[in-house]
Write a protein that binds this ligand. Structure first.
Ligand code: SF4
Length: 277
């Protein structure tokens, strides 16, 4: 008999829950409702939004918007430049930037204004990091691994993408401490991310197979996968229950199967996969 165990902390976080819940409630009978980029990194959810008439546009498509249109800013936030562009277009702005991301943007703006060199631990191509960098005139030094390939001179202010790994944060702080005389560091890794990573880490140590559920482009899901894979060889990243078909054979002898899910994975997808297993 197989035992399916779910990680204590998994699935929608506070910021994503709020963004998804609110977005499904919007109606605009005069114009379009669009999100700047996919609302969350989960195709099942974005497909449902499209069915409701809420489509995604890229930042480059902002000039195509008219005053009647409504624009939803997702949890990752946008740079000041993009925000001002939307205001200039006089569209209705629904800002669902996660309050934890707004906190990082404010800190970066403040310390950049005070002459600090901003360092961001994160992925330079991730929209959250692109948005944050926009609060220091795109001047941040960005590192994904926590390694520094240039010595940082002068005062330094360090922040992290909310979904980063603690281990990389500690590595970065140690590296900065070795080269910089004056620095201020805000560990802005979100508690939801930390909790999910911790529970996934613990569970992956005690199961025969581990299933990580979430969008393939979701950075926090990918990090959960990496953490679990270190402890459990039979770790698989799936988007939904349908993907289980392809790995069924590989996990057929697994008696204890662990389940975790990224912060952008809806409850119904997790439940369906668990029932299927
Ligand atoms: S992971 Fe944290 S920062 Fe990101 S949306 Fe969720 S609550 Fe907000």
């Amino acid at each position: 008999m197989r035992e399916v165990i779910r990680a204590k902390n998994s699935g929608f976080c506070f910021g994503v829950e709020r963004a998804v819940h609110e977005s499904f409630g919007f109606i605009n009978s005069d114009g379009r409702i669009v999100t700047l980029g996919p609302l969350i990194h989960n195709t099942d959810v974005t497909k449902k939004l499209t069915e409701k008439g809420i489509n995604e546009i890229s930042i480059d498509e902002i000039p195509s918007l008219s005053e009647q249109d409504t624009v939803i800013i997702r949890t990752h936030g946008v740079s000041m430049e993009v925000y001002d562009e939307l205001k200039a277009r006089k569209v209705e702005i629904i800002d669902l930037t996660c309050p934890f991301v707004i906190n990082i943007q404010k800190k970066v703006r403040k310390y950049h204004g005070e002459g600090y060199k901003i360092v961001i631990l994160g992925d330079e191509n991730h929209p959250e990091v692109i948005g944050i960098n926009g609060y220091c005139e795109n001047s941040a030094y960005i590192t994904k691994t926590g390694n520094l390939d240039i010595p940082l001179k002068g005062k330094v202010c360090v922040v992290a993408q909310t979904t980063e790994k603690q281990a990389n944060w500690i590595k970065l702080i140690n590296n900065i401490a070795g080269t910089s005389k004056e620095f201020i560091a805000f560990n802005t890794i979100c508690k939801a991310t930390e909790d999910r990573q911790k529970s996934a880490e613990e569970l992956s140590r005690e199961v025969d197979a581990m299933i990580v559920i979430g969008g393939k482009s979701s950075s926090n899901t990918t990090k959960l996968y990496e953490i679990c894979k270190r402890n459990c060889d039979l770790t698989f990243h799936i988007e939904n229950a349908k993907d289980l078909e392809a790995i069924k054979e590989k996990i057929k002898y697994a008696v204890k199967v662990g389940i975790t899910a990224g912060a952008s994975t809806p409850e119904w997808i997790i439940k369906e996969a668990m029932e299927n297993l």
